[in-house]
Design a protein. Structure first.
Length: 318
């Protein structure tokens, strides 16, 4: 069963604020072993607040998420402009689930900031998420996983990295981009231990600074049916210390530097699988690996990579 708390800033439900509902849930279930998720159903409106969560009071719910789900099709807006996060979960929180929400931090700070080193697994379904700035990531680093489905991740201008997760990140039909150009350096929209992305758009066309990329994956990564636009420090970089990377049926377009970086000193054709991708209007190399730089398809194939990749110079549909 689900333990339900209803929130409406207009006052039609049980709680006016999300924090009030969370605090009540912590009081209701202190020391009680629950047999289902705790759900905070949020009505349309704007909620300008910080939500702190002490999961130690919700005993027995480690296997269940804390759900923050919208009521209806209009996205409730959770915004914040202070130098603090919208959500601040303790290290005891196992899983946060967000559905149908707009999470908007309008200052250089995290949308979610961990209290402790591990942090929760995070699930985003049909959400809009924006935040970060300066040297602050949009979503705080942690060693758990993140799943995004039909979600838009808009990194604020100046953000150091958009999403930084030591664990795995799985994205399906998502969009990730910078909201505006900035002068920050060494930025990545997504940095994660293991990356799985299908049907996503990674857009760097609004970012004019030097040394930025769209995706950096460690260990094993799989990227399929995605579009990468812009980027001037290797759109996709894979440091596969344990495993490999697979890129199939993707489109890389408008890069001003190498589309793919694979610096790990393994035999790249065996650890990096590049099949049936399209490279369009490339301003730099297609691939840089530990053995060399490959500026065209012929060089890529001569190095042992798949023969079905294509490189085109102009197509108005891309």
């Amino acid at each position: 069963m689900a333990y339900l708390y209803k929130i409406d800033a207009a006052g039609t439900q049980d709680y006016l604020t999300i924090q009030a509902a969370v605090t009540q849930a912590e009081a209701d279930w202190n020391g009680v072993a629950l047999d289902g998720p705790v759900e905070f159903r949020i009505w349309a409106g704007t909620y300008t607040e910080q939500i702190t969560i002490d999961h130690t009071l919700l005993a027995g719910t480690a296997q269940y998420p804390l759900r923050f789900w919208a009521q209806g099709t209009v996205k409730p807006v959770l915004d914040y402009s202070a130098a603090n996060a919208i959500f601040k979960p303790s290290s005891n929180v196992a899983c946060l689930s967000f559905k149908g929400l707009s999470l908007e931090h309008n200052r250089n700070w995290y949308v979610i900031e961990l209290v402790g080193s591990q942090g929760p697994n995070q699930y985003y379904n049909d959400c809009y998420v924006t935040g970060g700035g300066g040297t602050i990531s949009m979503l705080h680093a942690g060693h758990k996983g993140l799943v995004g489905v039909n979600t838009e991740f808009a990194v604020r201008e100046g953000a150091h990295n958009g999403i930084t997760k030591g664990g795995g990140v799985c994205l399906l039909n998502c969009k990730m981009y910078w909201r505006a150009a900035s002068a920050s350096n060494w930025n990545w929209a997504l940095v994660a231990g293991d990356v799985s992305a299908v049907g996503c758009l990674f857009d760097g066309t609004n970012k004019s600074a030097v040394n930025y990329g769209l995706l950096e994956g460690f260990y094993s990564s799989m990227v399929r049916n995605c579009v990468f636009k812009g980027g001037n420090y290797g759109v996709a970089k894979f440091n596969t210390h344990q495993g490999g990377a697979t890129l199939i049926n993707n489109i890389f377009t408008g890069q001003t530097a190498a589309a793919i970086h694979f610096p790990t000193a393994f035999e790249s054709p065996h650890n990096l699988q590049i099949e049936a991708n399209v490279f369009h209007d490339m301003g730099g190399a297609i691939l840089v690996d530990h053995a060399g730089t490959y500026n065209d398809i012929a060089a890529l194939q001569a190095a042992g990579y798949d023969v079905r990749n294509k490189c085109i110079t102009s197509d108005p549909k891309l």
